[in-house]
Design a protein around this ligand. Structure first.
Ligand SMILES: Nc1ncnc2c1ncn2[C@@H]1O[C@H](COP(=O)(O)OP(=O)(O)O)[C@@H](O)[C@H]1O
Ligand SMILES: [Mg+2]
Length: 530
C-alpha cells in the first residue's frame, strides 16, 4: 500500500483554464447544436454589452459557415468601442478577466468567462487560435489569440497594425464538434430572439447556406443605462459579507458598512450594534466567520428600506410592443411591465411579459400548431434547460383555459424577460432561472394580467368564428331557395338570390365589415400596467 508521502508526490495545482478544458460542458459546450449557439451567444452578448456601455446603437453581423461535417467557422462583427491592444489578450484569452465581474451592474456578461471560453473551445477542438481585428477611436490592429491553459495566460501572436475602418471588433474562430440546425434551439432562433429583446439593435445573420436574415432595428432609442448599485444588506449571505469585508479598503467595519452597503446609515448601525456584540470599530479584514454570522442575523432582524430599484431596468412595454410587432407581425399583442420587486429579501428584479397572437406567432412542430415560450434574462434569450426554469414553472402553473387560451394548439408567442443585477441562475450554464418563490409568483401575476387582456380578443374571435360558420350554412341554402322560389313565384332566380343574400348579410353586419378589413387595427390593443 502506498503511503501518504508517496501518494502526495503526485500532488499538482491546476489553472482555471485547465479545469474548463476538462469541463467545457459547464460553459455551455455540451451537445453539437448547443455548442454552436453558445459561441454565437458569447460573442453577440459581448457586442451588445460593449455598445450599450459606449452608448452606441448596435449593428452586429454574424456569419456561420460550414468547413466540413461538424466543423464550422463563426464570424461576429460589431460597431462597438473596440478593445485596446493592451487588453485584447486578457479580454478574449484569459478566463475570469474582464471589465464587468467587479461591478454591481445589470449587464449580460459578468464572470469574464465567455469570450475566453470560445477561444479555449476553438483551440482544443481545432488546434487553431481565434483571429481578432479591433478598431478603437485611436488605433486598429489584428492578432491571433490562444490561451496558455497551464497558466491561464493569453498568448497573442501575429499582431499587425491595420488601417482604421469604422469602429468595433471582428472576431473569427473555427470550431469542431458543432452543428448548425434550423430548429427551436438553433442559432437563427437565438438571433431572432435576441433581436426581439433588443429592438435598438440591427442584427444580420448569414447562415451556412449563404442565406441572409436581417432583423432591422425597430427602435432608435438607446436603452437606459442601469445604475451601478451597492448590495442591499438583506440580500447578503455570511460569505458575501465576509468577502466584501476582506476586499474593503476601509479601516473600520462601521465605515466599510456605510460605504459598501445600500441603505446603511449611522442610525442603522446603532440598531445593529444593539443586537450583536461584534465590535464595529474593528478592521473589516479581520472579520471572522462567526462574527459575520452574528452580523447577518442582526441585519435580518431589523427593518430596512427596500433596495433602490434604479439598478433594475427592463426593456420597456413600448419597446417590447414595437419588437413583437416588427418581428412576429401578430394580430394582437398584450404587454405587461411590472414594477420592480425583491427576492431573497434584498435583491431587486423586474418582470416583463408580452403575449402575441396570430401572424408569425407560435411554432409548428410537424404541422401541429403550438405556443412558443421565449425566456429571457437581462434581454438574453435562454434556449436550453427550460424544464428547471422559474419561467417554465410559472407558464406551466397558469390555468390558460380560464383565459380562453390554449398553449397546446394556438398560434401564441409568450415573451418573458427577467431583469436583475443578480439573476439567480439554476446552473453554471446560465440557461435557467432558479425557482425563487417571489420570482415565480411575480411572473404568474404578469402572465395573468397579460392573459386577461388577450382573452377579450380571443373571445371576440371565437364568437366571430361561430357566426361565420352559421353565416356559411345559411348562405348555402339561399341558392336552392332561390331556384324553388323562381318556380313558385315566376320571378327571376338571380334577383331572388341577390335579395336573399342581402337579407342574410344584414343579420351578420360584423362579418361583412371584418371581411373587408382583415387587418383592422382594433384587433391590436395593449395593456400596460406600469
Ligand atoms: N465586442 C467587444 N467589444 C468590446 N469589449 C469586449 C468585447 N467582447 C469582450 N470584451 C471585453 O472582454 C471582457 C471579457 O469578455 P467575456 O470573457 O465574455 O466576459 P464578460 O462578458 O463576462 O465580462 C469583457 O468584460 C469586455 O471588457
Ligand atoms: Mg461575455
Amino acid at each position: 500500500m502506498p503511503t501518504a508521502d508517496e501518494i502526495f508526490k503526485d500532488f499538482r495545482e491546476h489553472s482555471i483554464a485547465e479545469f474548463f478544458k476538462k469541463n467545457r460542458q459547464m460553459l455551455g459546450y455540451a451537445g453539437i447544436v448547443r455548442s454552436l449557439v453558445t459561441v454565437v451567444h458569447e460573442y453577440v452578448t459581448n457586442s451588445l454589452d460593449a455598445c450599450e456601455e459606449a452608448g452606441i446603437l448596435p449593428d452586429i453581423s454574424v456569419k456561420v459557415s460550414q468547413v466540413e461535417e461538424n466543423r464550422y467557422r463563426v464570424t461576429v462583427r460589431d460597431n462597438g468601442p473596440g478593445i485596446p491592444k493592451k487588453y485584447v489578450g486578457k479580454a478574449l484569452a484569459m478566463i475570469l478577466s474582464g471589465t464587468k465581474f467587479h461591478r454591481h451592474l445589470q449587464q449580460r456578461g459578468q464572470q469574464g468567462i465567455g469570450a475566453a471560453g470560445c477561444t479555449l473551445f476553438s483551440q482544443v477542438t481545432t488546434g487553431k487560435p481565434v483571429h481578432v481585428r479591433s478598431y478603437t477611436s485611436t488605433a486598429a490592429f489584428e492578432c491571433d489569440l490562444s490561451i496558455d491553459t497551464l497558466h491561464n495566460r493569453p498568448v497573442v501572436n501575429n499582431t499587425i497594425d491595420i488601417d482604421r475602418d469604422g469602429m468595433g471588433i471582428i472576431v473569427e474562430g473555427e470550431f469542431v464538434g458543432v452543428k448548425y440546425e434550423n430548429s427551436e434551439h438553433g442559432v437563427l432562433e437565438y438571433i431572432k430572439r435576441t433581436a426581439l429583446a433588443n429592438p435598438q439593435a440591427q442584427i444580420s445573420f448569414t447562415d451556412p447556406f449563404g442565406k441572409e436574415f436581417v432583423f432591422i432595428r425597430s427602435s432608435e432609442k438607446t436603452p437606459e443605462r442601469p445604475k451601478a448599485t451597492k448590495p442591499h444588506p438583506l440580500g447578503l449571505s455570511v460569505n458575501d459579507l465576509l468577502e466584501l469585508a476582506q476586499t474593503s479598503e476601509s479601516r473600520k467595519l462601521s465605515s466599510f458598512m456605510l460605504e459598501s452597503l445600500a441603505r446603511t446609515t449611522p442610525n442603522k448601525l446603532n440598531e445593529i450594534q444593539k443586537r450583536c456584540k461584534v465590535d464595529l470599530s474593528k478592521n473589516p479584514k479581520e472579520l471572522t466567520w462567526s462574527e459575520a454570522e452574528e452580523l447577518v442575523k442582526a441585519i435580518q432582524s431589523i427593518k430596512w428600506i427596500a433596495p433602490d430599484s434604479a439598478s433594475v431596468i427592463g426593456i420597456g412595454a413600448d419597446q417590447i410592443k414595437i419588437a413583437l410587432k416588427s418581428i412576429l407581425n401578430p394580430e394582437f399583442i398584450s404587454v405587461v411591465e411590472r414594477k420592480p420587486q425583491v427576492f431573497k429579501g434584498g435583491i431587486p428584479f423586474m418582470v416583463e411579459v408580452g403575449i402575441a397572437y396570430g401572424g408569425n406567432s407560435g411554432r409548428r412542430v410537424e404541422d401541429v400548431q403550438m405556443a412558443s415560450i421565449m425566456r429571457f434574462a437581462n434581454r438574453v434569450p435562454l434556449m436550453f434547460d427550460s424544464g428547471s426554469c422559474a419561467i417554465t414553472e410559472a407558464v406551466r402553473d397558469m390555468q390558460w383555459k380560464r383565459y380562453s387560451l390554449d398553449i397546446d394548439t394556438q398560434p401564441i408567442s409568450i415573451f418573458i424577460n427577467i431583469s436583475s443585477v443578480y439573476i439567480p441562475y439554476a446552473g453554471v450554464g446560465k440557461e435557467a432561472i432558479s425557482q425563487e418563490e417571489e420570482i415565480v409568483d411575480e411572473i404568474k401575476l404578469a402572465l395573468m394580467e397579460a392573459a386577461r387582456s388577450m382573452q377579450r380578443y380571443v373571445r371576440g374571435r371565437q364568437l366571430k368564428s361561430i357566426e361565420e360558420s352559421r353565416y356559411k350554412i345559411v348562405m348555402r341554402y339561399t341558392k336552392q331557395l332561390a331556384t324553388d322560389l323562381e318556380e313558385l313565384t315566376s320571378t327571376d332566380k338571380k334577383d331572388i338570390e341577390e335579395r336573399l343574400e342581402k337579407l342574410v348579410a344584414k343579420h351578420y353586419p360584423k362579418l361583412k365589415q371584418g371581411a373587408e378589413n382583415p387587418n383592422e387595427a382594433e384587433n391590436t390593443s395593449d395593456s400596460n400596467s406600469v
